[in-house]
Design a protein around this ligand. Sequence first.
Ligand code: GLY
Length: 421
Amino acid sequence: MKLNLTKKRRNLLLVSALAVSVTASSFLLLSPKTELIKKDFAVAENQYNQLLKTSTDLTQFPRTTNKDGSVRSTDIKDWTQGFFAGGLWYLYEYTQKPEWKAAATKWTEALEQAQFLTEHHDVGFVMYCSYGNAIKFEKDPKKIELYNKILIQSAESALTRFDPKVGLIKSWNAKKSWDNKTMWQYPVIIDNMMNLEMLCYVSKLTGNPKYKDVAISHALNTMKNHFRPDFSTYHVVDYAPDGKVLHQQTNQGYADNSTWSRGQGWAIYGFTMMYRETKDKRFLEAAQKAADFYINHPNLPKDKIPFWDFNAEQKGYKPDFDYAANKVSYIPRDASAGSLTASGLLELSTFAKDGKKYFTQAELMLKSLSGDKYLAKPGTNAGFILKHSVGSLPHKSEIDVPLIYADYYFLEALLRYQKLK
Ligand code: GLY
């Protein structure tokens, strides 16, 4: 073919070639970290578009999958219903695309009635992951005012479960333990640390210290009674009406003396957050010691994503539930423990003197979660982002499945990772 280009066409070609090479080189120049975050958010966008297509009933909040691979949702009374809205807000934060804001707003506002949840302690999880994120991105003053009003009521609901004589927020109403021998009167679970962030926020918002005072009292008593000397955690501590410890047991872990992985993650994340909110060094020390237990544990696999319990099937740990009937043929991992711990460790790395070690471990966790083993292939996993989490093995429930909160903390961790040098 004869190349007979006019000067104008030649210049056009040159400019196009230059543009291609600039795009290619800036693509090449993206750091591996930026690449990883970009790739993960692309997967997340794709997956959540799918989840939005199948989840259209605003009273049914996607949580996990059924045996047939379809989405299993929960109603507004559970503890996981705020995570989908929260994940949508994180997609908006990263992409700045208005369609994610619209979806996040819709799923957040669907939770309005949950501000009155007083049947269990989880109102903080539900409302702060949804409305707590919404107030960061909403610009309309009327909506911000309404969202804040809802958060204040949510904090009031949480406070209904606080008995000053015990000094903690009661997690569940009285119920029987696994061995059926114990009737828990005032059970408090380590997860409850995660409800405190909303209380700290509402004290800042209203200028009324009562919410944060409750959060501090809860965290100090949790520090005293949930940690063993090696800073591993009990899942459940049960109290008498006068605040005396009656029992230290498990509900979702392998045994009373074992360390349920997600519970350890809640402790790391929760005490780090309480240090951020109070600057009380005792909380930082607790967070670091809990984190050191986790990252140095001999049973933590090389990819840093823990088994569902650090002591599952270990000698010296005796389950109260029928383990043989509930177990699968392998010891499942819990990606939700991995993602929430990664997020907690990234924040901890900004406070601790030797913060780099927490950053490095979190980075390894995120790299594993971004690999084929855990990250869903497009169009699979019912639209959830991560595979391989465990809800509650003792309840024979949600074993090795996607879980909406694994996704939520994964996206949060990626955003924290992006902001850190
Ligand atoms: N907060 C309940 C759980 O972590 O399973």
